[in-house]
Ligand binder design. Structure first.
Ligand code: TMP
Length: 235
């Protein structure tokens, strides 16, 4: 499988065409940004770790009946995926209050939420990925009503699976961001990555942060946190 024309370069990944129109190659990078690209840096080994972690988690989710774009790993930093059109929605679930919701509505960081909070952000860097709701998504034609329902149902199922999966590994899944895509034949699948870049992972016993917040907030031991999370997922 060979990389042809580069279709897209994001902050953490590149996407390439292949000789099969139904398959893309994703290359994971070590580059890291935060606050909509204001803070820039690099996390050594991140590309390899996030590629591997996404493979392991997507394979587990597929086994539990969640359709994903993942096909197979190609190398340490590359994976083959189904070609999809990504919905311009960042889909977020929060199980514990942290990050932007604390600033937005004044919840204390670490507060366990009785019911998970579901959020959409409009995936658009120029506008800083603003928080939107179903009505915006519909009116802006980002997805149809049925597509929004499918995405929401899949996201809650994914949350149930991931919460248990990480708890067994001694991790509190505080929150996460996922994305969805549509294949050429119209199937909605989980796309993008699931990694310390896109989730908040806290050690159950110590509450130590094992995710990108260590980079965002200059907490140190960034690489070590990514290595520890891959180890927990592999165990
Ligand atoms: P937030 O608290 O900053 O809104 O982040 C919620 C979750 O989404 C957190 O797990 C980190 C993840 N996230 C991304 O994956 N990409 C982003 O651009 C942002 C802002 C957050």
């Amino acid at each position: 499988m060979e990389k042809l024309e580069q279709l897209y370069e994001g902050k953490a990944k590149k996407v390439f065409k292949t000789d099969n129109p139904n398959e893309f190659i994703i290359e994971y990078k070590d580059d890291a940004t935060a606050f909509n690209g204001e803070k820039k840096g690099s996390i050594g080994g991140k590309g390899v770790i996030n590629n591997k972690m996404t493979e392991l988690i997507y394979t587990m989710l597929e086994e539990k009946g969640i359709p994903t774009h993942f096909i197979k790993l190609l190398s340490d930093s590359e994976q083959l995926v189904k070609a999809v059109t990504i919905f311009p929605l960042e889909v977020i679930i929060r199980n514990t209050a942290a990050g932007s919701i604390c600033k937005r509505v004044g919840l204390e960081e670490g507060l366990k939420l009785d019911t998970p909070i579901f959020e959409f952000s409009y995936k658009n860097d120029a506008f800083g990925d603003p928080l939107i709701n179903d009505y915006h998504a519909l009116a802006m034609k980002l997805a149809t009503k049925e597509e929004i329902e499918t995405i929401r149902e899949m996201t809650f199922r994914i949350n149930d699976i991931l919460k248990d999966y990480f708890l067994e590994k001694g991790i509190n899944l505080v929150d996460f961001k996922i994305e969805f895509g549509k294949t050429a034949d119209g199937q909605i699948v989980l796309a993008d990555e699931i990694s310390p870049d896109t989730c908040r992972f806290w050690d159950v016993k110590t509450n130590e942060k094992l995710d990108k917040d260590r980079f965002r907030r200059n907490l140190g031991n960034v690489e070590e946190a990514y290595i520890e999370m891959l180890k927990r997922v592999k165990d």
